[in-house]
Write a protein that binds this ligand. Sequence first.
Ligand code: IVH
Length: 687
Amino acid sequence: MSTPDLFGIATPEPLAQRVQHLRDVLHHHAHRYYVMDEPQIPDAAYDQLFRELQALEELHPQLITPDSPTQRVGGKALEQFDSVQHAVPMLSIRTETDTQASGAQNFDARIRKELGLSETDPPVEYVAELKFDGLALNLRYENGVLVQAATRGDGEVGEDVTQNIRTIGQIPLRLLQNVPAVLEVRGEVYMRRDDFEQLNEHQRSQGDKSFVNPRNAAAGAVRQLDPAIAAKRPLSFFVYGLGEVSPAMTGLTTQFEWLQWLKSCGLPVCEHVAVARGAEALTAFHQRMGQLRDQLPYDIDGVVYKVNALALQQQLGFVTREPRWAVAHKYPAQEMLTTVQAIEVQVGRTGKLTPVAKLAPVFVGGVTVTNATLHNEDEARRKDVRVGDTVIVRRAGDVIPEVVSVMLDKRVSDALQFTMPVSCPVCGSTAVREEGEADYRCTGGLFCSAQRKQAILHFAQRRAVEVDGLGDKLVDQLVDSGVVRTLPDLYRLGLTALASLDRMAEKSAQNIVDALEKSKTTTLPRFLFGLGIRHVGEATAKALARHFGNLDGIMQASEAQLLQVADVGPIVAQSIRLFFDQDHNREVVEQLRACGLNWPEGEPVPMASLPLVGKTFVLTGTFPTLSREDAKAMLEAAGAKVAGSVSKKTDYVVAGEEAGSKLAKAKELGVPVLDEAQMKAMLHDGT
Ligand code: IVH
């Protein structure tokens, strides 16, 4: 007998072969999914194969092998970790303290001197890599199977964290090709910023302690004694070097070749690696990556330069515990010390009260920061931040800066503990914290001027109806003077009323009037998003508009009908219903329409009939006729997704004048590149 597999090909029995076959197929697809980010089969199909293997192994436990994909989580909680003596010591790396261009020059000059090169000799070839901010791991593969994962420890002796590391999907349990009998690879285990934010969001919502930064969260997960808990912490991995390799591999003579080979074994290698000749090329890499730093999905604290040729590395050797052939060239720190000058409570659009620390200005993560969020009451209390305290502030990527922790030994004795106010600091209404919620909310609703101001700013922002020039200073004035109470009041503002405001010249008043007029012609998704319905972001507003076609349809829809919309779940549906059930909200909508706000309405369009459904586009550069926003709106109206960065999942890049790194990335990945005209043509027929 034989069993048909996923591809309809008969697999020979006996059972052991079927089990082996399932493992091979699962290893292959796990690599496509976790490492290449390019799945070939739907998750459900993977799960089906996985469950088949699980069932067979349960019936025949003698067939279980340690590299089976089913064996990622398994072991029981440990008392402590075993020690591991590293076969080859895990070194540390010298840091160039100079953060400027001379960092690379100093390194290159040292290398040239050590190698006895003169000025007339050709440039030295280096590899430039990112310096990931996580923790170092040694992975030991024997006959291609992962047998041990160890932390660096003191460089000689580390800890055996194999159980936890096996739970990381990106780390292959078995390598994809023939490798030396012993192959140790080294790399960095880290947590992506989005995974970290999500984990902390979850911790906070559970009333649990949040993690200080992705590195600490990753370190905590790796050193977690219970592998079941470690498995729930989302970790990632990049390989960047080698430990013991025996028998030695011949044929690979450079660091760069090794990295490519390790990649072909199924190990995750970072895409940002470059071969660079001479100091200038290294500096260019440092600058390029410095610009990219905020957009990367993970933290880096610098770049690493390594002499590319292994023979030269050997010749250069080590000083104490650091190789002479490598150096780290740092970026400005993402965490810095500063002092808290005040703690204020800010009121958001939905009434959420957020404690914010006002800081002595500090340069962190490349910008000057003066505010840092304390998130909510529990978090503020747990961190026990007080006015006058010296604190660590963190800013990474475009994440809002936050206070990480307090330097308790620097606390002044009379520093007052922070308490959450029981009433709204702006309107005096009672502040309540609902059961099971982490946040206090002002109950003042639109009575609260802070909420009104935020609601107006939300409506007027670029991504909503866009009233150019209506910023927070002007909104403060309009609301505080009582001229504007509701959104429709904005459209009743005359030139005289505006011009009579403090510091408002006639010309600027006219500009605002014009901008208000212009904003009246909008689109349904922008208008809907602008209303500020809780849980209705841009994507949901678009989905609603597409599904219902017109506003009345949405306003009248039952929760059940709302649930039919892609991406709308029970909480969102309830929130939309709640919003339109309130007379004053419907009144605002009617008045806005009466003021002349308008948008094209139509019939509902079923998603599947749109020409570009399932296609992902990335826009870059300046287009001859369309603005970026317009191009995005047109693509989305045709069912496409518009993403911010180019990856293997991108179907098309639309490039205009002065397209930069995204275009380069598209070429590198072989993603088709269109111009504006070609894009417009696709909008109609989808090809
Ligand atoms: S190579 C022999 N490459 O930085 C050189 N290290 O002290 C050994 N790190 O904790 C290190 N990114 O984990 C190297 N691309 C990279 C790295 C990297 C991060 C970490 C490493 C270690 C520290 C070096």
